[in-house]
Design a protein around this ligand. Structure first.
Ligand SMILES: Nc1ncnc2c1ncn2[C@@H]1O[C@H](COP(=O)(O)OP(=O)(O)OP(=O)(O)O)[C@@H](O)[C@H]1O
Ligand SMILES: [Mg+2]
Length: 359
């Protein structure tokens, strides 16, 4: 049997790390990247730069056996059309349609009777308690579609904006955790151990394992993530984000792809999320998902100093994304491993402080 050729839609840091895993597995992989996107361009051989429309997607799909995704920005109608023409999408067009729309995600969670924060779609006459959180229904990422709302007047601009918004109850979040599931085409589903994610201004800044949550809470999170993957007949890696509030779990959102919460699986787990995503979509046997060491990953945001001036602390590994530095932009990450998560966090922070430029 020859392994299938994989086509990735998207070309940022997730594509770069998928590329690394594809090299190790000797899988043929190519990328369809929007003009101006940074990350994989110039680093991998098989990169097509084009807008994302049916014609470009068809051309790209004709060169590969399986399409997969690095972001949720592909027009859903085009994906459905490709699928109808017999092209293999993993995950499916229906799943991408749900994942790209925060209202559709919430309908899925309600159908599965999962605990979620109260929410309403925002209209001119919406009444909802403040303070609350406003979320762009589509197109948001890295906190860019999330607003903290204190005054009714702050909703005025959102009501008249071109894109739809929803309002959500502001939870007093104690911690956040995330679970990665990996699903095979045969419907076997496995999970990585939950990790703790730490956000600042809606952006993920740090991830830790162990998560610090109780076994019971972790078990419930894994069961919920598995139920979502099963309902979607998912194939590949799916990320599920949770809030923990007074010992209770709420589902926040899903991401139909490899995820920031899983970057440290490269150094700290038996099999990285990137390798297991490729294995899953290619129909190869999955690797074990256990962590082998406590670890902390910190995102590098904004601007970085010169590599020449950076001396890596021990047991840390730097990943640069080839992106120009801009405020609050993820341009790299560092993973540190140690005997305890506290020590790993200390090492990762030390690395971050050495390379990030604070302006
Ligand atoms: N209802 C809420 N109550 C309290 N905090 C919230 C709520 N919703 C979101 N947040 C905070 O904002 C962060 C980002 O929210 P969310 O995950 O919906 O946005 P996103 O931009 O889609 O995320 P991502 O960075 O994962 O792409 C959450 O991780 C959490 O820290
Ligand atoms: Mg999120």
């Amino acid at each position: 049997m020859t392994t299938p050729r994989i086509g990735v839609i998207g070309g940022g840091q997730l594509a770069r790390m998928l590329f690394g895993a594809a090299l190790d597995l000797d899988l043929a992989i190519s990328f369809l990247v929007r003009p101006g996107d940074e990350g994989i361009v110039g680093q991998a051989a098989n990169v097509t730069v084009d807008e994302l429309n049916l014609a470009s997607l068809e051309r790209f799909a004709s060169q590969v056996d399986i399409l997969t995704f690095e972001h949720e920005l592909t027009p859903v109608d085009a994906l459905k059309e490709l699928e109808q023409r017999g092209i293999c999408l993993r995950p499916s067009a229906d799943t991408m349609a749900i994942a790209a729309n925060k209202l559709a995600q919430r309908e899925l969670f309600q159908r599965l009777k999962l605990p979620i924060p109260r929410f309403v779609k925002l209209n001119a006459d919406t009444v909802f308690e403040l303070p609350c959180i406003a979320k762009a229904i589509a197109g948001g990422y890295d906190g860019r579609g999330v607003r903290w709302i204190n005054e009714p007047a702050e909703l005025d601009t959102l009501v008249v904006s071109d894109t739809p918004w929803l309002l959500e109850e502001l939870l007093e979040v104690d911690t956040e955790i995330a679970v990665l599931t990996v699903s095979t085409p045969e419907g076997d589903i496995t999970t990585y151990p939950p990790v703790r994610t730490i956000q600042r201004d809606g952006i993920c800044v740090e991830v830790q394992w162990p998560s610090g949550a109780t076994d019971e809470l972790e078990g419930r999170a894994r069961a919920i993530a598995t139920a979502i993957a099963r309902e979607l007949a998912y194939v590949g890696v799916l990320a599920v984000e949770f809030f923990v509030v007074a010992g209770k779990l709420y589902v926040n959102e899903i991401a139909p792809r490899v995820h920031n919460s899983g970057h440290m699986t490269i150094e700290a787990a038996s099999t990285s999320q990137f390798e297991n995503h490729l294995r899953a979509i290619a129909g190869l046997p999955l690797g074990p998902t256990n962590f082998t060491t406590p670890a902390t990953m910190v995102n590098l945001l904004g601007k970085l100093g010169p590599l020449e001036a950076y001396e890596p602390p021990p047991n840390t590994r730097l990943h640069l994304y080839g992106k120009e530095g801009r405020p609050e932009r993820k341009v790299g990450h560092v993973t540190a491993t140690a005997a305890t998560v506290a020590e790993a966090a200390q090492l990762a922070h030390r690395a971050r402080d050495k390379i990030c430029i604070h302006e």
